[in-house]
Design a protein around this ligand. Structure first.
Ligand SMILES: Cc1cc2nc3c(=O)[nH]c(=O)nc-3n(C[C@H](O)[C@H](O)[C@H](O)COP(=O)(O)O)c2cc1C
Length: 367
């Protein structure tokens, strides 16, 4: 069915499709549903405590015997500066938002992710079939992660990063274009220089490395899949489109924004987490950006809004959530017969495959 078998053989899957790991927006149900369709389901574990991660892996294995991927942002816990405090304007803004929601004091900055070293131990002990990283990975970590046979992947946002990852020994590289939703994987150099669209990034990385390249960013349907393969990618990693699927554990208000937003309503911002990430602009993001005050480093900046975001999710208020989404958001699928309802992940994977095959045939027929 697929001419390029590199990812199929690497992961032991039927289709060159990876459902992106999305910390806080994936669950065993979504992962296993995708795996059962012969694609690679991924769980975003950056914010999952090691004990909980063990349970998640068991829950995935209860639902599927097929290979799956677990992702950490990094194999090393981010350094956390306990003395960092928000500036006056940011503090006052956060207090006024807390007042609006009837919340008490703005929380002190606190660590949010990891401990990454223990999370990775859990993945290795459990012989997780595929382990991916987002903010770079060292050769030592790749060797460690592979010790029980895992395939190891990592995102790159420039050709130079892809070269570093190849040297580190990864099995495949995710070329994350500027269109992508969620955090930028940039780990080497300024992120503002690493906002390279997939159409330009993917073929340049393909030409620069020998390992398979997985295109990510803006791929929403069979057209994006075929285009990525034409650029030389061995497969695709898709986030935003899976976020809109029924199994994804996202608040209804977030999902509704996915259906309502157009490509011009997202932007890469550091305002939410302290690291660049693409999401739909809402009141929280635009207000914090307009303050023009220096932000706290990641993840301290992210931790400042944790109570607000929790309360906003409970109250389905999309103006105070982290509405991560990519520029492809205007193509988020809802079944034609009932607009704004959700499509299941299994149906979505099948649509991708059917569309891609029909499109490939039509391109050849017309040649
Ligand atoms: C809600 C959301 C959360 C994400 N979280 C992660 C994550 O935890 N780890 C990771 O490697 N990538 C994460 N990403 C980025 C994806 O891996 C991928 O690069 C991106 O979704 C591809 O672009 P697309 O959203 O246009 O499909 C996230 C993306 C989204 C939309």
């Amino acid at each position: 069915m697929w001419a390029d078998r590199r990812l199929l053989d690497l992961f032991d899957v039927d289709h060159p499709i990876v459902q992106a790991p999305m910390a806080g927006a994936t669950n065993p149900e979504l992962v296993a549903t995708v795996c059962e369709q012969g694609a690679l389901g991924s769980f975003g574990a950056a914010s999952t405590a090691p004990e909980k991660l063990r349970e998640i892996i068991l829950q995935i294995r209860e639902r599927t015997e097929r290979p799956f991927n677990i992702n950490l942002f990094s194999a090393h816990t981010e350094e956390f500066d306990r003395s960092a405090r928000p500036g006056q304007a940011l503090q006052a803004t956060l207090e006024s938002f807390h007042d609006e929601f009837g919340l008490d004091a703005v929380p002190e900055p606190a660590p949010m992710f990891g401990p990454a070293e223990e999370q990775l131990d859990v993945l290795i002990e459990a012989s997780v079939p595929v382990i991916s990283f987002h903010f770079g990975v060292t050769a030592e970590t790749v060797v460690r992660a592979k010790q029980n046979g895992a395939r190891v992947l990592c995102s790159a946002t420039t050709v130079a990063e892809a070269g570093l990852l190849e040297q580190a020994g990864v099995d495949a590289i995710i070329a994350q274009g500027a269109e992508a939703g969620g955090h930028r994987g940039t780990f080497d150099g300024p992120w503002t220089q690493a906002l390279i669209g997939s159409m330009a990034l993917v073929p340049q990385i393909v030409d620069a490395v020998r390992v398979p390249v997985i295109a990510a960013g803006g791929i929403m349907d069979g057209r994006g899949l075929v285009a990525s393969l034409a650029l030389g990618a061995a497969g695709v990693q898709i986030g935003t489109a899976f976020l809109a699927c029924a199994e994804a554990p996202v608040a209804s208000a977030w999902r509704q924004r996915l259906f309502d937003a157009g490509a011009d309503q997202t932007r890469v911002t550091e305002a939410l987490s302290g690291k660049p990430a693409r999401g739909i602009v809402n009141r929280y993001v635009s207000t914090v950006e307009e303050l023009g005050e220096p932000l706290l480093p990641y993840p301290a900046q992210y931790s400042l809004s944790r109570r607000l975001r929790k309360r906003a999710a409970e109250q389905e208020d999309a103006d105070f959530m982290a509405l991560w989404a990519g520029q492809g958001v205007g193509l988020a699928k809802s079944p034609a017969e009932s607009p704004n309802s959700t499509i299941g992940a299994a149906e979505f994977v099948q649509q991708l495959i059917t569309e891609a095959q029909a499109l490939s045939r039509s391109l050849t027929d017309n040649a």
